[in-house]
Design a protein around this ligand. Structure first.
Ligand code: ZN
Length: 468
């Protein structure tokens, strides 16, 4: 039986959460009561009476957005770390596995893997997830009878996991900047712009059964996979909704775009598209200083994926220059090789330290490193996802996480120091509770549907068997 026969229906009740300390928009506060209404929004934040609350917690934080995920890739985590016959090709095992995997992956598998990784995201402290969804068609490239079948599966997975979803169907048309045909490993992704518009409409319909915090947008895959002429059509189709695109991730990509279109990717988009706060540019690991400064000032969010970028050897984001130019950031788990919010933040700061021989790279005179990074990704994540969240204030969706203040590394710690202990000395085992738009999905560190979701995932992995 596939998991979608059994969607989560959670009836929300008005809830009061009392926190010993909470990170509010203007800083840390003690003894805070947060009231969440029946729709899942924060209805009141005040100095609290502990006895009148439904939940008593230690450290209460906004649960950030996971701004970039390809859910199905979770099944490949850890399986592509060997080299193939050509010592100069470090992507060989990854490509071989991807081909075999894509020949076998069915819609029910996509749904099960997606529910599993979304569960892991919630357990890591993320309140919502932006799915950059490009696996649209059958093996061989023929569309499903329902053109938006796999988008519907992502939606059904979100009903299982209870995560707040922003779904971004991806337009992917060509195998490179020269508009070559898609390769065998890419045919499941491809559409022309007209068929993509139909798929996009169907995907929006598939979100209808989901809760009211659900969001929708679209994604041109990259400059290599989308024709120049399609970008403006996609902006029209998005109609003000979030637009995400992979940009300037690897050196070979930058060279291909420059050779074909005469400009580096960031230079090209800034000259040829109206880039503003509607956009989130994923990766941005290969930028010259002038590109970093200009893209930051455009208002676009940089969607950083520090663990995946480390895993793929992409390069180091120029974070200090980006912030000096008032740039906004968010983080995402991308390949889902490892789901860890604390580790994404730690890896991001360590990347700057390794490059610059420095310490506490992102700390300011007012905020510690952990605090600055959590604040930045909370603000940037809400903009990029088109989701009203990211702070503990009236009117926001109640995307909340708590840290266990009796954990040995948090005992007696408060404020920014506690956050730094979580990011640099601890890990996600410190995360105790997570609410996504008021849905209380993680309790005592464990997702409420863990055993059922894991069982379906285990069966899926058995079915995929020797493809992996
Ligand atoms: Zn990606």
């Amino acid at each position: 039986m596939s998991a979608h026969n059994n969607p989560v229906k959670l009836d929300l009740l008005m809830t009061i959460i009392h926190a010993k300390q909470a990170l509010l928009p203007d800083g840390w506060a003690e003894s805070v009561a947060v009231t969440v209404d029946e729709i899942g929004r924060i209805a009141d934040v005040s100095r609290g009476d502990e006895t009148a609350s439904d939940h008593r917690v230690g450290i209460l934080l906004p649960a950030p957005v996971n701004v970039h995920s390809h859910a199905f890739q979770r099944a490949m985590a850890g399986l592509t770390e060997r080299r193939g016959p050509n010592p100069n090709d470090s992507f060989w095992t990854w490509r071989q596995l991807m081909f075999r995997f894509l020949d076998r992956l069915m819609p029910e598998h996509i749904e099960a893997i997606t529910a599993f990784v979304q569960m892991e995201m919630l357990e890591a402290g993320y309140g919502s997830s932006v799915e950059f969804h490009y696996l649209h068609h059958q093996p061989g490239g023929t569309p499903y009878d329902n053109l938006s079948e796999t988008s519907a599966r992502v939606a059904m997975a979100a009903q299982q996991s209870g995560i707040g979803l922003t779904l971004l169907p991806v337009h992917y048309q060509y195998g490179g900047c020269d508009k070559r045909q898609l390769g065998a490993g890419q045919v499941r992704f491809g559409n022309d712009i007209d068929r993509f518009a139909k798929l996009f409409g169907g995907a929006e319909q598939a979100l209808k059964p989901l809760p009211p915090d659900t969001n929708f947008g679209l994604a041109p895959h990259s400059l290599r996979a989308v024709g120049q002429e399609s970008l403006s059509s996609l902006v029209t189709l998005a109609d003000g909704k979030p637009i995400h695109m992979h940009l300037a991730e690897q050196i070979a990509e930058v060279e291909e775009v420059e050779a074909a279109w005469g400009k580096r990717p960031v230079e090209w988009v800034l000259d040829n598209a109206e880039i503003d706060g509607q956009w989130c540019m994923i990766h941005c690991t290969q930028m010259e200083p002038h590109e970093t400064e200009a893209l930051a000032r455009s208002g676009a969010v940089a969607g950083l994926c520090p663990i995946t970028e480390s895993s793929l050897g992409d390069g180091i984001f120029d974070g200090l220059r980006w912030f000096d130019s008032d740039g906004k950031i968010a983080v995402g788990s991308d390949s889902n090789i490892r789901i860890s919010l604390s580790e994404e933040l730690r890896t991001l700061d360590y990347s700057q330290r390794l490059r610059d021989h420095s310490r506490a790279a992102f700390a300011t005179s007012e905020k510690s490193t952990g605090r600055r990074l959590l604040d930045e990704i909370s603000t940037g994540g809400t903009q990029a996802a088109g989701r009203q969240c990211g702070s503990i204030k009236v009117g926001d969706w109640a995307d909340l996480m708590t840290l266990n203040d009796t954990h040995i590394d948090l005992e007696g710690r408060a404020g920014d120091v506690a956050l730094d202990c979580y990011v640099f000395a601890g890990d996600d085992r410190m995360v105790r509770d997570v609410w996504s738009a008021g849905r209380y999905m993680v309790r005592g560190g464990e997702h409420i549907r863990r055993s059922q979701i894991v069982e379906t995932y285990r069966k899926t992995m058995r079915e995929l068997g020797d493809a992996l």
